[in-house]
Each structure stands twice: as structure tokens, then as C-alpha cells.
Design a protein around this ligand. Structure first.
Ligand code: ASP
Length: 331
């Protein structure tokens, strides 16, 4: 006997998956052009696996995603999940900033139902476009009981990643998405997911981030350290932001001139998180720099972009550095 098909709702935001360009070409295209209905028409087999509906939430290059869109989209998923009308969700998104949005949703959507983010590296008009398979498999993943309670997942090139650890690791190849040191959670073969791992970090329903009353998030900037980096950028950024993430060298380390400025800002109660510009590894508290002495926080395995997302949400709850560090340890 056939089981009832799951109801999966797609929220489309644009990106290359909906891009069009010169026939067959993989570059030189316009992203965010095709509506979700057009993408679904090319996937008749999808109807065998789920009842699929779609809405065009935005039509953007993902470099133009804003916190306003994050808030609106997360709240939309929350209300649709609560309504009981759907069993799972897919969000289509450009790959450039997908890792930031996926982590934002991972921390802030309040549902155990699967939420899968996907995109594509090649426009819909390219030879061997990757969008159709990614979209098809994302719907299958969102319809799978195995994806329940796993937080926000990213499906890309037959890999399943946690929204916490996923990042873009290549500027143009189809296998552009990676989990880095944390790897993938599982693999997809046609419409069948197989999970091998699970994140132990708290997410979705287990976080303290309730967006219901939030209209705007605190402003957090990232300061990128390099040889001879000008320390006055730290004061300039601090003047116009509520918190700062440092993309330090090695295990989140900066020059003595930068350290002096960080110390002065921390003494004034300005929150600063140390992350690293190195793609893999971690910034452990007290390693590389004396955080207890300076007053900085340590990002752990979060990249500067992801640390920024968590600091924005964290500062919406508290400015207490102990509580903020506890969030970096927990999420
Ligand atoms: N520029 C595109 C975007 O992030 C790239 C992509 O989708 O792959 O929206």
C-alpha cells in the first residue's frame, strides 16, 4: 500500500539555481530570474515523492540577502510549520552566502520538521545544470523521516550537511559545498538519504533565540586581520556596530597593535569574538591569545561569518560576555 505523500513547501529566494544565461554556458548568466514554478515544471518525477508547493519569497543574488530577509523568512517558516499545513520545507538560495543563512535558520527556526537549504553552481540553462537534481533531492530529503529533528540541513551535490558547519569551498566547481573538518552528515542516492552523523550542537527548538519580538538584529562587523593591518579599523567599526568578530590569523591571532585596541574596546564592554581566517580547525578559548585577560570571546569551529550570525542573535539576548561565551560553546 502506498503511504501518504508528504506535503513539502518550497520558499525560493533566487540565486544561480534560478539563473539563466547563454544556452549551455556555465558562466556569465543572470541569477534569480526563473520563478520557482518554472523550476518545478522541469521535475515531473518530484510528484511521485511529495505533494509540492512553492512560493517566490525573493528573487535575489544571495550577496543581496539582508537580515530583514532572514527575519522574515525564518518567521514565515515558523508560522507555516505551526499551521500544520506542511511536513517539511525547502529553501532555494544562492551559494555565495548560503552558509550564513543556513546557520541563521539553524539557530532560529522553531520546528522539528525538516528544513533543507539548497542551490546550484550552474544556471538552469547550463549544460549539465546541477539545480534540478539538488532541488529534487532536497524535496526528497525534506520528505524523509530521517531528516526530522536534525536542524537545518543543506543538500548539495548528493551530500547532506549541517547548517552549522556547511560552507562554500570552491568558487566555480559543482562540488562547491563542504562541511570542512566536520564533513557531511550523510549522502543522497536518488531520493534516498542515508545519514551517518548527527550534530551534537544545540539548534532550532533547543536554542534560546525567539524571533517573534525581534524587528532588527544588532549590527556586527567582521574585521579581517593581515600583515600590517591598520588597528584604527577596529575603532571605526566599533563606532558603528554593536559587536565585532575578528578573522584572525592561525588560531585567531592578531598583532600586538591590534591586541592593544581589542583590549581597550573590551574594557569598555564592547563584545569581540575571535575567529580565524583559516578554513578548518578551531579557535579555542585561551589558545593563541589570552581571552580571559583581554576580554575577548572564542568562536570555536565557527567561521567568522557564522560567528557573526551567532553574535547577532546572542546580542539580541544579552551583552554579558560569560553568557555569550556559553552560547559559542553550546551552538
Ligand atoms: N551569485 C550566486 C548567488 O549566491 C551564486 C550562486 O548561487 O551559486 O546568488
Amino acid at each position: 500500500m502506498k503511504t501518504k505523500r508528504k506535503r513539502i513547501h518550497i520558499l525560493a529566494t533566487g540565486g544561480t539555481i534560478s539563473g539563466i544565461g547563454e544556452r549551455g554556458a556555465t558562466s556569465g548568466y543572470s541569477p534569480g530570474v526563473l520563478p520557482i514554478d518554472a523550476l518545478l515544471k522541469g521535475l515531473p518525477r518530484m510528484l511521485d515523492i511529495a505533494e509540492v508547493t512553492g512560493e517566490q519569497f525573493a528573487s535575489l543574488n544571495s550577496d543581496d540577502i539582508t537580515q530583514t530577509i532572514w527575519l522574515a523568512l525564518a518567521k514565515r517558516v515558523n508560522s507555516l510549520a505551526m499551521s500544520g499545513a506542511y511536513d517539511g520545507f525547502v529553501i532555494t538560495h544562492g551559494t555565495d552566502t548560503l552558509e550564513e543563512s543556513a546557520y541563521f535558520f539553524h539557530l532560529s527556526v522553531k520546528t522539528e520538521k525538516p528544513v533543507v537549504v539548497t542551490g546550484a553552481m550552474r544556471p538552469a540553462t547550463a549544460t549539465s545544470a546541477d539545480g534540478p537534481l539538488n532541488l529534487y533531492q532536497s524535496v526528497a530529503l525534506a520528505a524523509s523521516d530521517d531528516a526530522l529533528g536534525q536542524g537545518v540541513l543543506v543538500l548539495f551535490s548528493e551530500g547532506i550537511y549541517s547548517g552549522r558547519d556547511v560552507r562554500k569551498g570552491n568558487t566555480f566547481r559543482v562540488h562547491a559545498i563542504t562541511g570542512g573538518d566536520m564533513g557531511s552528515l550523510g549522502l543522497m542516492r536518488d531520493e534516498i538519504p542515508t545519514f551517518y552523523h548527527k550534530t551534537l550542537k544545540a539548534h532550532t527548538t533547543a536554542t534560546e533565540f525567539d524571533l517573534a519580538d525581534i524587528q532588527t538584529l544588532p549590527r556586527v562587523a567582521i574585521a579581517y586581520f593581515h600583515v600590517d593591518a591598520d588597528p584604527t579599523v577596529l575603532d571605526a567599526l566599533a563606532a558603528s556596530h554593536d559587536g565585532l568578530v575578528i578573522a584572525g590569523a592561525g588560531d585567531g591571532v592578531v598583532s600586538l597593535r591590534w591586541e592593544e585596541r581589542l583590549r581597550a574596546l573590551c574594557e569598555k564592554g564592547f563584545p569581540i569574538v575571535r575567529a580565524t581566517r583559516v578554513p578548518d580547525g578551531a579557535v579555542f578559548r585561551g589558545a593563541g591569545m589570552p581571552d580571559d585577560d583581554i576580554g575577548t570571546l572564542a568562536a570555536g569551529t565557527l567561521s567568522p561569518e557564522k560567528a557573526r550570525v551567532l553574535l547577532m542573535l546572542g546580542l539580541s539576548r544579552t551583552r554579558d560576555t560569560h553568557r555569550l561565551q556559553a552560547m559559542f560553546d553550546m551552538y
